[in-house]
Ligand binder design. Sequence first.
Ligand code: DGT
Ligand code: CA
Ligand code: CA
Ligand code: ZN
Length: 595
Amino acid sequence: MTKAQELAKIFLEFAYYHEMNGVAFKPRAYEIASESMAGLGDEVEAAWRKGGVKELKKLPSLGQSTAEKVDEFLRTGHVKEYEQMKKRFPVDIWGLSRIEGLGPKHIKELYRHLKVKNLNDLKRALQSGKIKKLPRWGEKSQDKLERQLKLMEASAGRQLLGYILPAADQIVKELSKVPGVMHCTYAGSIRRRQETIGDIDLLATSKNPERVMDVFVNLPQVETIHEKGKTRSSVRLKIGIDADLRVVPDKVYGATLQYFTGDKKHNVMLREYALSKGFTLNEYGLFTLVRRKGKPLRRYFTYVQDDKKGALVVCKTEEEIYKKLKMDTPPPELRVGGDEIEAAQKHKLPNLIPYGSIKGDLQVQTTWSDGALGIKEMAEEAKKRGLTYMAVTDHTKSLAFINGLNEKRLAQQGKEIDKLNKALKGFTILKGTECDIHKDGSLDLSDKALAKLDWVGISIHSNFKLSRAEQTKRLVKAMSNPYVDCVFHPTCRLIGKREPIDLDMDEVLAAAKKYKVALEINSFPERSDLRDVHVRMAIKAGVKIVINSDAHAPEHFDFLPLGEAIARRGWATKADVLNTKSAKEMMACEAKKHR
Ligand code: DGT
Ligand code: CA
Ligand code: CA
Ligand code: ZN
């Protein structure tokens, strides 16, 4: 764990502990501090070095007492109050809290009744059937916990792209500085921007590979070295994932990059296609095939690469390899071994939405509900990152535990936004909502209140387990409300934590088209919702997409490129995405009907 991750853990455990003990306000403050530590990463220590507690307090979401704890931890490696808390309550709250639906109160009861301290204890308790016998728990809770554990184990070892990408960027940056390095990048699933990552594949070119390897295995991010060689090394990083580095001569960069970008299926299909054209493709390049004398010609199996005669055609860049095969180069996000190869042959690949295309964020929470900063501060942070507008979309009254807004508070918030808009230059704040969808498909706010808003997002936050028919009916009914602009995080899945709700996607898409409702790509790493395959279906159905960060703190705005990556994996062009337009154009767009 990095220091920032350890701090995130400490603060989350504090949040849970205070919640268990019914302390008011503190839990949320600690939770926000925890998320902020995880999001800020190395910036926490950098701020602390610059000016201790005083600088720390300037970070979003840290107050006096949390800043002091960060200071104590960075000075001494400990937080006294945390250690005292752990003595009183020796439970791995962090580990247990990763199970969706296992809240502070549950963790407390499991410890009190069954002495469950960690995930292993929990598994044992489930196996022994003791959990269903607890008062108020029952068969249903037991089943649910079992399902959640399975889900977690299925994703074990893989990590979310959003948390790995910054680490990979940092390593690439440092290796690029090593004298003699000509190219350095990551390949594999990161380059393809897959939603979860098994390991980091790094690639560098240099005449002096040993020098690069020395720097690599000695990086401060490295925890242990699995293997160190002249051209390939493998390490475990402190963030809990392996990283491989290959160093090759610069002239074969393209071939090696193509090979290690994958995915495997894409490579297999490409290789077969190459063979059918009289070439063979491997990590060293594209070679012509030579027929061995005397062997019968039986499809490509009869072709062998003859070292003497099989001549290297190209290997320097990916583009020239694909070009020699008479096809366009599929962007890495499309390389999944599906129809991208055929599209590349027919020169029919889409012109994918470029990174950095999002002009405004249409899902932002503030201190009015469960966000870390006020509207003004969030707007300033959004503007700092180059956005020109944002919609304030706080939660609504059904979510009382996070202070969701009722009609009256929404109207008050509108007045504050009017005032802020008058003062702001070059930035627009839209009045919006993340209106909760009730079990029966009705909405949490009155039509009268919705009619006054610029941007109405709706989402499901409860009753995740309805049957496909019921869930679809519920969502479609909500979408049919004339004031609705967008469905937020449509499938509600949380990677490794919560299964998606059961929806008939075709029916949802038909409704989205009919009622002119956009579907969100929620860029939050554990959501990544809609997924790539659904984005592609939506675009085919003529449904508009919106890419939002779902920011609850300013650093969450930095998740937007992850949403753009999902859009790209879903073959989206700029025109498919509503918030690539300016606020004015977006508001006038045909996907919106009631203004
Ligand atoms: P991951 O690490 O599970 O998130 O997914 P990848 O795609 O990064 O897979 P990884 O790390 O096992 O391998 C990186 C790339 O190397 C992979 O995308 C394609 C290439 N590769 C690895 N093994 C093979 C293979 O057996 N055949 C072919 N054609 N390519 C391979
Ligand atoms: Ca990999
Ligand atoms: Ca690998
Ligand atoms: Zn939500």
